[in-house]
Design a protein around this ligand. Structure first.
Ligand code: URP
Ligand code: ZN
Ligand code: ZN
Length: 469
């Protein structure tokens, strides 16, 4: 078959339901065949997988490229961020667009669309965040146009008053109701605003501003109470809802209570699956200030349990790459109060989920694929174009070597100079990443010369939502 562009042979193809020895044929942007080994003999390019895993590219459901926050602008633009993503085996991102003052969210998404189309090395969509609620009906009236334009997911914050992000419960209810009516889904940053923000003031007033206090500023119940409230509201009006960056045992327990009959999902992040609050006692603790904070061992283990049994459905990085130069002066002056929340992470998803999940016996390979790719594609409406290795799907493919040893850290990013994972040793690493049939990264380097990532419109359907866990 000389018209096959790439034949990846001798690998183990892993999808969310099974893994098997098979060869994968790619023509143009698409996968055209998955065959028993050695059936297809010819192709323009033959890649020997040598027993490595062949995975659908990871879908990062949570990135903040080019998003100013708490007085800081990330060091990395779309190009640098998505280059790092591609080396790490992430082939798609959902990036946040937080409505800027003076623009409608639709206008702001159009601006981000232009930036991403010019600079992204991987495919993308967005989660819209409304910030202007002066006229609630007018804001609600915008939702349909945005969904019809292919952006079907949104996020709202229950905290961050000073940043102009926190919404009240009524607004939250009306927004999730309308988003669902229009065929979308709302993600919620669930933290109790009054308690979380006042505890921060109380700690600061007592001079307790060292990073070691950060987990005490936002104790677990600050998240769990808000998650419960969001679930209760969404249960009342049968809204589609997911909780972003879930960090607590309590949230995992709660979803069991509400999941039946509802489209409710939990997202968690690799850092909550890797570290505990002890990370705030280390030398570089000031760089690890994120919201919610890192938690206890029991939370970490419960998140893994939830990922394995379906209560936690997918993983996003919460990538937010602020530089030391922006964090150091703020921390010097006012401790955790002065540091923009966020850390890079778009690069590490696959290797961490393999090392902390599969290698430690917490996840099977198919479930790893499900929570890093397939479920996100279904929940956010881009399945089966993305999220699966199947004939007709986009050839977003990662060849993953389970035996390759590497050291993680900020060196994998072009601009970011901090990392949760500095000097962490891993075994299992992506060695080649395809986006729509083209090799973007190989052996730890970007090989694609120019950014040709595309916006992929999302459409949520009841069929996709059936049976997601
Ligand atoms: O600490 C975090 N998570 N920073 C980014 C903003 C957000 O809440 O996602
Ligand atoms: Zn958040
Ligand atoms: Zn975030």
């Amino acid at each position: 078959m000389k018209d096959i562009d790439y034949l990846i042979r001798g690998g183990i193809v892993v999808n969310s339901n099974a893994e098997r020895k098979a060869d994968v044929a790619i023509k143009g942007e698409k996968i055209v065949a998955i065959t028993e080994p050695d059936i297809v003999k010819d192709a323009k390019n033959i890649i020997e997988a040598n027993g490595c895993y062949i995975l659908p590219g990871a879908i990062d459901t949570h990135t903040h490229f080019e998003e100013p926050f708490q007085g800081c602008v990330p060091t990395e633009d779309w190009a640098a961020g998505t280059r790092a993503a591609s080396i790490g085996g992430t082939t798609f991102v959902f990036n946040f667009v937080i409505q800027s003052e003076g623009l409608t969210l639709e206008e702001d998404i159009a601006n981000h669309m232009k930036r991403a189309s010019d600079l992204s090395y991987i495919d993308f969509n967005f989660h819209g965040v409304f910030t202007d609620f002066k006229d609630l009906d007018k804001t609600l009236g915008e939702i349909k146009k945005i969904v019809d334009g292919g952006v079907s997911s949104f996020k709202e914050f229950m905290i961050y008053t000073d940043e102009g992000l926190a919404v009240d419960d009524w607004t939250l209810m009306k927004v999730m109701e309308e988003i669902t009516k229009c065929g979308g889904i709302l993600g919620v940053h669930a933290e109790n605003c009054s308690i979380g923000e006042n505890l921060a003031v109380e700690f600061a007033n007592k001079g307790k501003i060292d990073a070691k206090y950060w987990p005490m500023v936002k104790p677990s119940f600050v998240e769990v109470e808000a998650v419960n409230r969001a679930f209760m509201i969404a249960d009342y009006n049968k809204s589609n809802l997911y909780i972003v960056h879930t960090s607590t045992e309590g949230a995992v327990d709660l979803i069991g209570k509400y999941k039946y009959g509802n489209n409710f999902f939990l997202e968690t992040c690799p850092h909550y699956l890797t570290f505990t609050k002890d990370r705030y006692l280390e030398d570089d603790a000031k760089y690890q200030i994120i919201s919610p904070p890192l938690r206890e061992k029991k939370d970490l283990e419960k998140l893994w349990e939830g990922l394995a049994d379906g209560r936690v459905s997918f993983v996003g990085s919460d990538h937010n790459a602020y530089g030391k130069d922006s964090k150091d002066p703020g921390y010097e002056e006012s401790g955790f109060v002065g540091v923009a929340n966020g850390q890079p992470g778009v690069f590490e998803i696959l290797t961490l989920m393999f090392n902390e999940g599969v290698r430690k016996g917490r996840l099977s390979m198919p479930r790893m694929v499900e929570v890093t790719s397939t479920n996100a594609a279904k929940i956010f409406g881009i399945f089966p174009q993305k999220g699966i290795i199947a004939p007709g799907s986009d050839a977003d493919i990662v060849i993953f070597d389970p035996n390759k040893k590497e050291t993680l850290g900020s060196k994998w990013y072009e601009e970011a100079d901090t990392s949760f994972y500095e000097n962490m040793e891993v075994t299992g690493f992506p060695i080649m990443t395809f986006v729509r049939g083209e090799v973007v990264a190989k052996d730890g380097k970007v090989v694609k010369k120019k950014p040709e990532g595309k916006f992929v419109p999302a459409t949520l359907t009841p069929e996709m939502y059936r049976g997601i866990s």
